[in-house]
Design a protein around this ligand. Structure first.
Ligand SMILES: Cc1ncc(COP(=O)(O)O)c(C=O)c1O
Ligand SMILES: [Zn+2]
Length: 392
């Protein structure tokens, strides 16, 4: 078998680039890039036993060319069965993946381990990102671990305090942008390239790390894929990463069929749902995204093409839920199962309820919800209001 080789390929025109070229978008057509592996071996379910408890247990499908791996033990997060909630919502089985258990409290750590390892391998001295909060917390930690300088751009006054605190704690330079996340990302993409290595999810190496969550579901469910996976969608990097992971399992013959993927957006920031429900072929404009789930307050998802492809190719769907439904779902999950997450992480539970009401999901379905972030990061005003001492 020939050794593993990676390259970058454009998802539209197929143009390829060497893996070690710093390029975020296709130079020929401007579209998104993805990392592709050619050759090499793959793991099997029984060859994983005894391996490290992190994303790096799936090393055959991760880059093997890194000069240094920057890790904080990310991945290998718990998958809990939620029997009471399944019964209440009306599905056969419900599982919740606790991505808030990652080192900085969100799934972003999977992608940052690979992304920052790439930064080191390329010889970068500094890294940069725009963020709704979790990306900045994660990048700041991995940059500190690697000894790199880190700058983060966040929408002023619009990110959760806990996340800002993390970025600060890990020593990042924080730039508050007067505008939305979309403005902050535009600024980073237009101004930062060249000086610093960009680690938003437009960077295909982030997706390589995040795809390991699909391998984990496969492993944790004993090699089965007879379930629907439900995720919150902002930039739609994560849902594309899950799809890439499942596609790789398919290509290697490790599964016969992939699960359907469902994307859940907050009603005030739901351009992908709008696009799919109206049968548009482009993302509609969404100038003022707004939701209590700050992590997914995104109007111009940079990875929308990959996200839409993941939803369509997997036979899934996209659904929007109101802030009220998100808060109810958050509380329901917490009070029936003792599992809590940040508001964006509860959007999938709200989405499942919706889809059961609409008949898209029902008593025969097995569902996995991805609780993407830790409960202690985003305790916004509405949540704080719950915590007022009760009068007796
Ligand atoms: C907690 C949480 N959930 C979901 C998302 C959305 O992920 P993506 O932007 O990859 O769609 C984010 C992104 O910031 C997040 O922080
Ligand atoms: Zn192209």
């Amino acid at each position: 078998m020939r050794p593993q080789e990676y390259l970058l390929a454009c998802i539209s025109c197929g143009e390829t680039y060497p893996y070690n070229e710093i390029v975020y978008r296709c130079r020929r057509c401007g579209d998104l890039l993805e990392a592709r592996i050619e050759g090499g071996e793959v793991f099997r379910l029984d060859s994983l036993q005894g391996r490290v408890h992190s994303i790096w247990r799936y090393r055959e499908l991760l880059p093997s060319f890194f000069t240094r791996i920057v890790s904080l033990g990310e991945g290998y997060t718990k998958l809990l069965k939620a029997e009471r909630l399944a019964e209440l919502i009306g599905v056969r089985e419900l599982y919740v993946k606790l991505e808030g258990l990652n080192p900085t409290g969100s799934f972003k750590d999977r992608g940052m381990s690979v992304g920052v390892s790439m930064a080191c391998t390329l010889g970068a001295r500094s890294v940069v990102c725009a963020s709704t909060g979790n990306t900045s917390a994660s990048l700041a930690a991995y940059a500190a671990r690697a000894g790199l300088e880190c700058r983060v751009y966040v929408p002023e006054g619009k990110i959760a305090l806990g996340k800002l605190f993390q970025a600060r704690m890990f020593g990042a330079r924080i730039h508050q942008v007067a505008g939305s996340f979309d403005d902050a990302l535009k600024l980073v993409m237009e101004k930062s390239g060249g000086e610093a290595y960009i680690l938003n999810s437009v960077n295909p190496w982030r997706i390589e790390g995040q795809k390991t969550a699909a391998f984990e579901l496969w492993e944790q469910m004993g090699g089965e894929t007879d379930y629907v996976v439900v995720l919150p969608v902002g930039n739609s990097g994560n849902i594309s990463a899950y799809w890439k992971g499942f596609r790789e399992l398919l290509n290697h013959g490790l599964i016969d069929s992939a699960p359907r993927l469902v994307g859940v957006q907050a009603a005030g920031a739901s351009p992908i749902v709008e696009m799919l429900s109206r049968g548009l072929d482009r993302l509609p404009d969404w100038p003022n995204p707004d939701t209590i789930a700050t992590a997914i307050r995104i109007g111009r998802p940079i990875n929308w093409k990959k996200g839409v492809r993941a939803i369509k190719e997997s036979g899934g769907t996209a659904v929007r839920v109101s802030d009220e439904e998100i808060l109810q779902a958050l509380r329901l999950l917490a009070t029936t199962e003792g599992i809590a997450t940040e508001p964006a992480g509860a959007a999938p539970i709200a989405g499942v309820k919706r889809l059961v009401d609409e008949g898209w999901l029902g008593r025969e379905d097995k569902v996995i919800c991805i609780a993407t972030g830790n409960m202690l990061k985003d305790t916004s005003e509405v949540l704080v209001a719950w915590n007022q001492p009760q009068k007796h």
